[in-house]
Design a protein around this ligand. Structure first.
Ligand code: DON
Length: 613
């Protein structure tokens, strides 16, 4: 239910924008990291960071804070992520040094079939995998959060769900600072919301989306959260499960009580590799994140970017060429490894990276049409090689101030007015003992499938769309989808989510993640380079302008605000098809500095902020 509580926000918003447009100091403040001694939470929304830090203040640990933050995000960023979706987390225990990965992503319903989105001519039915009941995969967030909390949380389960219940019951103001993401998301996904009467009632007033200054109260969601606080199984076998299953049946959805009952989060071994002095660990399949993060960093290898200077065309060229190779391989080889064979170790092996590095011409960008996924024979040869990766040692610093460069580059007006949507939500927590959690979760596109099950307030995902809808057929880029990511009952769709934890000399160095669809992986590559290679503080590392290439289409996306003309000219000269666009992503991260304190930042492209003490 939406209650109008129009404050003075419109005036304030106009005033604040004009301040931001002219005041670069304000921008510098946005990008400055928060520094604290003890503990920190960074998420995509200040109220969610608040929920997390309140757990740490009560003596909870990183897991308690992460779970409370994730539940709170489900309430304050319902269009991006929530208990109707799925996700992945990495956690590191300071005591044991062990890093664990939990997969609580959605699974295909038992009744799902390989060609369920095709018409009788074998063509993909428009919107069938994105809007409405058929687009929904079995959600995993409640089971995942409960699993990690059950094993590692310190506070009670009721305690960590409580802040979210309060936010849903009492509502929160969509203040001018935290409204544009939801407004933009709605603009992109209006039809899916309007098609569902419950979603329409909750998120609109007679079809008009809520405005800055409105208050969002979600009574049904508060009620569901209360039930979950009492018994998390209510989502999978209890009253919530029954409501979901019966509404699915009424509306042609596939999820049944059997699907919900069968849902299990899966502990997986994180994928780790070495880069410079650091050990980088991230998510294994069914996410493609870890594989391609490591693959791209391996291809960059010991190339000395630092002495070239930040964003030198040689560096940008090599990163872009490595991205193309990784995304070519991704199209062919990544799926749910519980159902298909994924050559993970071969793809992340330094021997393979070396081979691919030799194919890169530093003067000429290779057209994507000439870059192919690795062939089976090469993969077989790689299988016979030792999986041990060498340590890269090149490490040069020159003290360049990125912030100065950033401020010189930044066109604040563009920056504030041309955001790209970044649904999905990431959160990062480090506690006093230096335990860390890096968690990314999502309902996929903005407002997911648009389906809210009546009387639950739970907005359901459209993650069925992350499967290959038409295996064997060309998609809109001319890429032949293959079976590796085809729909199969209980299978998990391929993801790009890349929650990452980095250690150096056995000590926690950084935890990081971001939304952004296929551009998640390439953002993490660049943030990692900014911190480890260019020695930026985390505020600068996250704010720095980004590039993205995903092989097909053959275009190198660059954030239009952040690249000077000579750099772009040089990249064009080498053959890159440059596409200047609005910013993307909404990363956040925490690093441990040399003196052992914490430094955290949320992406100024988004609305999040760090909280700590
Ligand atoms: O799992 C994935 O990779 C995507 N479904 C995440 C979606 C996302 O980040 C949306 N952002 N624009």
């Amino acid at each position: 239910m939406l209650t109008l509580a129009k404050f003075y926000c419109a005036t304030i918003a106009v005033f604040s924008l004009s301040v931001l447009v002219y005041d670069q100091v304000t921008l510098a403040t946005i990008t400055l990291p928060l520094r604290t001694k003890k503990a920190m939470v960074v998420s995509a929304h200040p109220l969610a960071s608040e929920a997390g830090i309140s757990m740490l203040r009560k003596g909870g640990n990183a897991v308690d804070a992460a779970v409370a933050t994730a539940f709170a995000i489900s309430v304050v960023e319902p269009f991006a992520a929530g208990i109707g979706g799925g996700g992945f987390l990495l956690m590191r225990s300071e005591k044991t040094g062990e890093i664990k990965a939990l997969d609580f992503r959605e699974r295909a319903p038992l009744k799902a079939t390989r060609n369920m989105y095709l018409d009788t001519q074998g063509k993909v039915r428009p919107n069938a995998s994105t809007n409405g009941y058929l687009a929904v995969a079995t959600p995993g967030v409640v089971a995942g959060l409960y699993e990690v909390h059950r094993r590692y949380g310190k506070l009670s389960w009721q305690e960590v769900v409580k802040p979210a219940i309060t936010l849903a019951k009492d509502g929160f103001i969509l203040s001018h600072e935290v409204s544009w993401r939801s407004v933009q998301s709605y603009a992109n996904r209006k039809q899916a919301v309007l098609d569902n009467p419950v979603a329409k009632e909750i998120f609109t007033q007679n079809g008009e989306f809520y405005q800055p200054g409105d208050q969002l109260i979600q009574r049904d969601l508060a009620d569901s959260l209360k039930r979950i606080a009492k018994n998390p199984q209510s989502f999978y076998t209890g009253s919530i499960a029954q409501t979901i299953a019966s509404d699915m049946e009424k509306n042609g959805g596939l999820i049944t009580l059997a699907d919900l009952k069968a849902y299990k989060p899966i502990w997986r071994n994180p994928l780790c590799g070495n880069f410079r002095e650091a050990k980088i660990c991230s998510m294994p399949p069914p996410s493609s994140g870890g594989v391609h993060l490591l693959q791209i960093l391996n291809i960059i290898g010991d190339t000395d970017f630092k002495s070239l200077g930040w964003h030198h065309p040689d560096a940008l060229h090599l990163i872009a060429e490595a991205m193309k190779i990784a995304y070519a391989d991704r199209s062919q080889y990544i799926g749910d490894s519980d159902f298909v064979e994924v050559p993970v170790q071969q793809l992340i092996s330094p021997a393979y990276a070396k081979k691919r590095r030799q194919e890169i011409n530093m003067e000429v960008a290779k057209p994507s049409s000439e870059i192919k996924p690795v062939d089976k024979e090469t993969l077989n040869q790689l299988t016979k090689l030792s999986p041990n990766s060498p340590r890269f040692t090149s490490f040069i610093t020159n003290g360049e101030s990125l912030r100065t460069r950033l401020l010189n580059h930044l066109s604040v007006t563009k920056y504030l007015t041309q955001h790209e949507s970044s649904e999905t939500s990431h959160l990062t927590v480090v506690d006093e003992q230096r335990n860390a959690v890096s968690l990314t979760f999502s309902i996929n596109l903005g407002f997911g499938s648009g389906v809210i099950i009546p009387k639950t307030g739970i907005l359901l995902n459209n993650h069925m769309d992350d499967f290959t809808s038409a295996p064997g057929m060309a998609d809109s880029y001319g890429v032949i989808g293959n079976d590796i990511n085809a729909i199969t009952p209980r299978k998990t769709p391929r993801s790009s989510m890349t929650p990452t934890i980095i250690t150096e000399n056995g000590r926690l160095r950084m935890a990081v993640g971001t939304p952004g669809g296929t551009a998640i992986i390439t953002q993490i590559v660049q943030i990692v380079l900014n911190v480890l290679e260019y020695k930026m503080d985390i505020g600068a590392a996250i704010s720095a302008p980004r590039i993205h290439h995903r092989w097909l289409p053959d275009e190198l996306r660059v954030e239009s605000w952040g690249f000077d003309a000579p750099t772009l000219q040089e990249l064009r000269r080498r053959g890159h098809n440059i596409k200047e666009t609005t910013p993307w992503g909404d990363a956040n991260a925490i690093v441990v500095t040399e003196d052992g304190s914490l430094e955290g930042a949320a992406d100024p492209r988004g609305e999040g902020s760090p909280r700590g003490f």
